[in-house]
Write a protein that binds this ligand. Structure first.
Ligand code: HEC
Length: 114
């Protein structure tokens, strides 16, 4: 995906949702805990690099495991942008669209860390 595919406001909304719905299991630094996998770092990158964003949104929609679809499609995309921000993807001016057909065409590329 090209740089700047999401907006700051969207990622901030996503952070609020993340703290409310995801923090407990995936942790403040997205390192994961117990059975919950990390949402940032090498393992996350190995799993998701090259995947369409639609696949990641589908996993977010399946969360939390015991209560899937707690978040709407739009909220899940906002959480996704907070995850993207945490993984070092640059902010842009326009929000990432939440339409599934658009997300199916955007492939996740995580910038390499120095
Ligand atoms: C009650 C604990 C819990 C909560 C809350 C939770 N998760 Fe998870 N999550 C898990 C577990 C356990 C797995 C792995 C097993 C599974 O997929 O069901 C997982 C898997 C994932 C995966 C797949 C990761 C990978 O690399 O395979 C993603 C993405 C994810 N969660 C995102 C989220 C987001 C975003 C939220 C908040 C909306 C959230 N989770 C809330 C426990 C949780």
């Amino acid at each position: 995906m090209a740089g700047g595919a999401y907006a700051e406001e969207q990622a901030l909304q996503g952070r609020t949702l993340y703290y409310e719905h995801c923090l407990l299991c995936h942790g403040e630094t997205m390192a994961g805990m117990d059975k919950a996998p990390p949402l940032a770092g090498p393992q996350f990158e190995n799993t998701w690099s090259g995947a369409p964003l639609a696949a990641l949104v589908a996993r977010i929609l399946s969360m939390p495991p015991e209560k899937p679809n707690t978040l709407s499609q739009e909220q899940s995309v906002a959480v996704l942008t907070y995850v993207l921000w945490y993984n070092g993807l640059p902010l842009g001016d326009a929000p990432l669209p939440s339409a599934p057909d658009v997300l199916a065409k955007v492939v996740l590329e995580i910038p390499s860390r120095q």
